[in-house]
Design a protein around this ligand. Structure first.
Ligand SMILES: Nc1ncnc2c1ncn2[C@@H]1O[C@H](COP(=O)(O)OP(=O)(O)OP(=O)(O)O)[C@@H](O)[C@H]1O
Length: 856
């Protein structure tokens, strides 16, 4: 007997310039002194000249073509490296630097150069004499008192810092000084001198596109200008969306402080699973995904007077869907509100009936929309919003020197390591921000830095590394925003979550290896994967913009200048390279039925949309006539998870094993739970064995979670305090080669999703040790991801007929089951499936008859 799946089942010119370039009002690009503008134009931070900026960017087609030509998959990395190796490094003018290999050859730093020794002595003297923190001293800047900006920023990360009535006189004095500094700093931002004209433009135009260089003050200042101009009258709110949670949180904290108010009052933020707003909140920072969810409850987004879509150049899938939705909302609000701002009583438009009915009687004004970024293709956005006006805010606060390597660097991780120490040993004070592609790279570089740092001579200042990536629990992400201890240089190891919007206090040096981990999707096979590819010019510009925010900065690009010119202008919108099931489900839940006809800024391929519709029907979220099913589809749309995971929770409630499925979904939502340091591979393997289930990885994860919980219970029973319990868990993780951070994150996700399912009234019960029942449930949930062993020992993914291999990290790697379900398909040198559970193939036809039939 065999089984088969059933049938049917243009960027602006200035992007090419270093970020310290300026565009003058005649549109001319100015670069730093060694590159004079031919027309002799000059840049100023001063006069603001709003003008529509419509250069001719490369057509989308051309850009896509370029992207395609760079190829796909991990091979990008090799190809990029190969092309760097082969490229000409006799440079054009531009700063270059050498990544000094001596650091690698030398096993210790016992004889630092005499001038380094002198520097170390001087620093010690300075610290001893003044008690100044090493990393807090800043080069003099244009703003009076800016030398202390670091101190203020440092305090900002320990928010809230405004005086309580009982604050000591010193504290009050400190706070007063800090407030004055912030006022001065705000006044010196390029955007400050154009406040009035900017507000005029917002009043005149319903949609405005604002382009301004990184650090010019868009994110923190514009919402405050709007507030001061009266856009929050009648209790209305200014909403600012960010593609990333960390940006929404840190910017809200900063703006609350600038307003001298407590976070959560006038200024707040709202991100998935974390809301810091109140009825008093008028300036609300949030993720774009969160605003989409709000639209499910308030389809006209009636509480907002203005919505600012920040960092729109990122073109995340949420940004793109949001832009389409906002366009629709803007239209509805302008035509359905009567003169008094009330929704018209007589609703003619049937397609809008439910949306408008829900808002009848609400006071509603036209919605102002502002699209913002330092690096966006203004024409493209303007066209989408019916020739909307675009304005450019000139100037940046501080220059950033861009340095390229003389030589191509074939190993960017190694080059990053060397550059970190090169800066540490040769450059002045200031913290370092290095961009890497993911948690694994960050953790291995972190270990290497610690190793090397131990070899530094004792008189050198120390290095403090702090990671920041999306799956890191938020309290740990916030460490990156804290000041380094005295006599220490902070080195922030970040993924692209720190690429836009954020100001990390103390950062003077940015290291950009020029690589990023990005999603890729093949709509024909339905295969989604993560690949490492070169960044776009827009991303490189954003990265360099993280320096030069508190004083002049430097950005070390770990590639040659000729390579920069070859980068694509902007990132391919995520909507064109991801599985759309989630987007389609959200749109359906928003009452948008015609997905193919939806006004996307850039339409995803028809095949990709059809594929996701098909997937949602198979999961039971849509009916056969493509309508949202009730209750399954509605429940799935409410859960902030990938549709397949949402379905797994609903199915598990029926199978009475929701407790176990909650664990699995949480553990799969974070980065690798196990860690295996290269030097202790055997020990790590042995430790892992104690959790392993011969049935597969899902049950293994359940075992880890249960064991961790037992460890916590033990210390709880011994009446340990919370801190001691955490320490015990941390120790247990180290002993068992479990990644403590990932486990902690999984616990957070677990309690949050549990809250959701309980609210939905799902039955949270456990199947105990009945793992056959649990495996059957996994089959019913993940039947679309099933693989069968072939006579030659390889595997075939049943849904796509692709040949795949079991990933070596799976407990089933050696066991070679006949049939298994899996959760992830990774494309490296070949197609690997990860996170597997052995199943009986008969279960497929039994539990997913809509998709599988037995072959006679
Ligand atoms: N948390 C903070 N701590 C210290 N200074 C800050 C902080 N946030 C912002 N600033 C200051 O305000 C300036 C403007 O920041 P803002 O985020 O508004 O700029 P932006 O134009 O939106 O930049 P980007 O395009 O990079 O997001 C920064 O360059 C920095 O000097």
């Amino acid at each position: 007997m065999g089984f088969k799946a059933r049938e049917g089942g243009g960027l602006l010119d200035f992007l090419h310039a270093p970020p310290s370039a300026h565009i003058t009002s005649d549109g001319c690009v100015l670069r730093p002194s060694h590159r004079r503008c031919p027309s002799g134009g000059h840049s100023t931070n001063g006069p603001y000249s709003p003008f529509p900026i419509f250069p001719s960017p490369p057509s989308l087609h051309e850009r896509d073509g370029k992207t395609a030509a760079r190829g796909g998959g991990e091979t990008h990395r090799a190809r990029a490296a190969a092309s760097r190796r082969g490229s000409d490094h006799h440079g054009r003018a531009g700063a270059r630097y050498e990544v000094k290999r001596w650091l690698r050859r030398s096993s210790s730093y016992s004889s630092p150069s005499p001038d380094l020794q002198a520097e170390a002595k001087a620093l010690r003297r300075k610290e001893g004499a003044s008690g100044l923190r090493l990393a807090s001293d800043r080069p003099a800047a244009t703003v009076a008192g800016f030398r202390r900006a670091r101190d203020s920023a440092a305090a900002a990360s320990d928010m809230p810092s405004f005086p309580s009535s009982g604050a000591s006189p010193q504290k009050q004095q400190h706070n007063a000084r800090r407030r004055q500094l912030i006022r001065q700093q705000r006044k010196s931002l390029p955007i400050a001198s154009v406040e009035k004209r900017l507000i005029e433009e917002v009043r005149k135009n319903d949609t405005l596109i604002v382009v301004g260089e990184t650090g010019s003050g868009k994110t923190t200042q514009l919402p405050q200008f709007l507030y001061d101009a009266g856009f929050c009258q009648d209790g209305k709110v200014i909403g600012i969306t960010q593609p990333r949670r960390v940006a929404a949180v840190t910017v809200a904290k900063r703006v609350a402080e600038e307003c001298n108010d407590q976070l959560g009052k006038k200024v707040g933020y709202s991100i998935r699973f974390d809301d810091s707003t109140s009825n008093a909140t008028r300036i609300k920072y949030m993720t774009d995904g969160l605003l989409l969810r709000e639209a499910l409850l308030d389809p006209l987004l009636s509480k907002y007077s203005v919505i600012v879509v920040d960092e729109a150049h990122e073109r995340t899938v949420h940004t793109d869907v949001l832009l389409g939705l906002l366009k629709k909302v803007q239209h509805s609000r302008s035509i359905y509100a009567n003169k008094n701002g009330k929704i018209l009583p007589d609703i003619q438009d049937q397609s809008q009936y439910f949306t408008l009915k829900a808002c009848q009687g609400t006071k509603i004004d036209p919605l102002k929309l502002i699209i913002m970024s330092a690096s966006l293709d203004a024409k493209c956005f303007s066209d989408y919003f019916g020739s909307a006006k675009a304005v450019h805010i000139q100037g940046r606060q501080y220059p950033v020197d861009i340095l390229y390597t003389y030589q191509p660097e074939s190993d960017y991780l190694d080059a990053t390591l060397v550059t970190i120490f090169q800066i540490h040993l040769e450059e002045g004070l200031g913290d370092i921000l290095a961009f890497l592609t993911g948690q694994e790279e960050i953790e291995s570089l972190d270990r290497l830095i610690q190793e090397r740092a131990r070899q530094l001579p004792p008189q050198r200042s120390k290095i403090w590394t702090t990671p920041i990536y999306s799956s890191l629990p938020s309290e740990q992400q916030m460490n990156a925003f804290k000041p380094a201890p005295a006599g220490t240089r902070k080195v922030v190891l970040a993924t692209n979550i720190a690429e836009t919007s954020v100001t990390i206090p103390g950062i003077k040096y940015v290291i950009d290896p020029g690589m990023v981990k990005a999603r890729a999707y093949n709509p024909v096979t339905g295969m989604e994967s993560l690949i490492i590819i070169p960044v776009s010019k827009a991303q490189a510009l954003q990265r360099s913009g993280r320096a030069g925010r508190e004083g002049p900065g430097k950005c070390y690009r770990l590639f040659q200048e000729s390579e920069f010119d070859k980068l694509v202008d902007s990132t391919v919108p995520e909507i064109k390279r991801c599985n759309l099931a989630n987007v389609v489900l959200q749109l359906k839940a928003l009452g948008i039925d015609d997905i193919i006809g939806f006004d996307f800024m850039e339409k995803p391929s028809r095949t990709a949309i059809l594929k996701s519709l098909e997937q949602l029907i198979l999961l039971g979220a849509l009916t056969d006539d493509y309508k949202l099913s009730d209750p399954v589809g509605r429940q799935m749309a409410r859960l902030p998870l990938d549709p397949m995971y949402s379905k797994a929770l609903i199915v598990a409630s029926e199978f009475k094993c929701l407790e176990e499925m909650l664990i699995v979904v949480s553990m799969l939502s974070v980065e690798s739970i196990f860690f295996s340091p290269r030097e202790k591979l055997e020990e790590a393997r042995a430790a892992r064995k104690s959790f392993e289930s011969s049935e597969g990885d899902h049950i293994t994860l359940v075992n880890v979670y249960r064991a961790a919980k037992e460890c916590l219970e033990k210390s709880k029973n011994a009446n340990a305090k919370e801190k001691t319990m955490e320490k015990a868990l941390n120790r247990w993780c180290r002993e068992n080669f479990i990644n403590y951070r990932s486990l902690r994150h999984a616990c957070d996700v677990h309690s949050q999703i549990q809250g959701h399912v309980q609210q939905m009234g799902l039955n949270v019960s456990s199947c105990g040790d009945d793992m056959v029942l649990f495996r059957r449930c996994l089959t019913a949930a993940f039947f679309l991801n099933a693989a069968m062993r072939q006579p030659d020992g390889s595997y075939r993914a049943l849904a796509t007929s692709q040949s795949v291999q079991i990933h070596p990290s799976s407990v089933l790697f050696q066991k070679k089951p006949d049939c298994a379900i899996f959760n992830e398909l990774v494309r490296t040198s070949q197609n690997y499936v990860k996170d597997l559970t052995r199943i009986d193939p008969v279960w497929l036809a039994e539990l997913a008859p809509q998709y599988y039939a037995t072959e006679d």
